[in-house]
Design a protein around this ligand. Structure first.
Ligand code: FMN
Length: 148
C-alpha cells in the first residue's frame, strides 16, 4: 500500500510529526513518500492509497501562500476510493484558530470524496512522548482501515 504524506512546517514541529508518522507507517508495511508542501503537487495523491496532510496553522487560521496554493490544487481532485488522515501542530493560545488549517484540510479531503480513517491528531508546538503515542495510535487506525 502506498501512503503519501505532505507536510507544512516552518520551525520543524510538523516536520517532526511527519517523520514519526512516516516511520510508524513504514513499520506497518506501507510504502511511504513524504514531501514538503513547498515542493508537493497535490495530484501525487492520485497515485497513493492513503493521503495524509500534516500541517501547521499560522496567522490565525489564514493559510500561508504555499499552503493555499496546495489547497487550491487539492480541492480540484477526485479522491473517491482513497483513504485520508490529517494532523498538525498548533498552539492553543490561538483559541478558536487552534490547528484550524488541519480542519480546513479535513473538510477538503471529504469534499474530494476521500474517506477519513484516523482521528485527527492535534498537538501543541513541539512533539513530546505523549504526542508520539497519539501519532502511533493514528497510524494504527490507518493500518487497520486497510485490513478490513
Ligand atoms: C505568528 C504566528 C501565528 C500563529 N498562528 C497560529 C494559529 O492561528 N493557530 C494555531 O494553532 N497556532 C498558531 N501558531 C503556532 C504554530 O502553529 C505552532 O508553533 C506550530 O507548532 C508551528 O509548526 P512548525 O514548527 O511546523 O512551523 C502561530 C505561530 C506564530 C509564530
Amino acid at each position: 500500500m502506498k501512503a503519501q504524506i505532505v507536510f507544512a512546517s516552518m520551525t520543524g514541529n510538523n516536520e517532526d510529526m511527519a517523520e514519526i508518522l512516516e516511520e510508524s507507517l513504514q513499520d506497518a508495511g506501507f510504502d511511504v513518500e513524504s514531501t514538503d508542501v513547498s515542493f508537493a503537487d497535490a495530484s501525487n495523491y492520485l497515485n497513493s492509497d492513503l493521503c495524509i496532510m500534516v500541517t501547521y496553522t499560522y496567522g490565525e487560521g489564514v493559510m500561508t501562500d504555499e499552503l493555499r496554493d496546495f489547497y487550491d490544487q487539492l480541492i480540484e481532485l477526485d479522491l473517491s476510493g482513497k483513504k485520508f488522515a490529517v494532523m498538525g501542530s498548533g498552539d492553543k493560545t490561538y483559541k478558536e484558530h487552534y490547528c484550524e488549517n488541519v480542519d480546513d484540510f479535513e473538510k477538503a479531503f471529504k469534499k474530494c470524496g476521500a474517506v477519513e480513517v484516523a482521528t485527527p491528531v492535534k498537538i501543541e508546538n513541539a512533539v513530546d512522548d505523549e504526542d508520539i503515542n497519539l501519532i502511533d495510535q493514528a497510524a494504527a487506525q490507518m493500518t487497520e482501515a486497510f485490513n478490513d
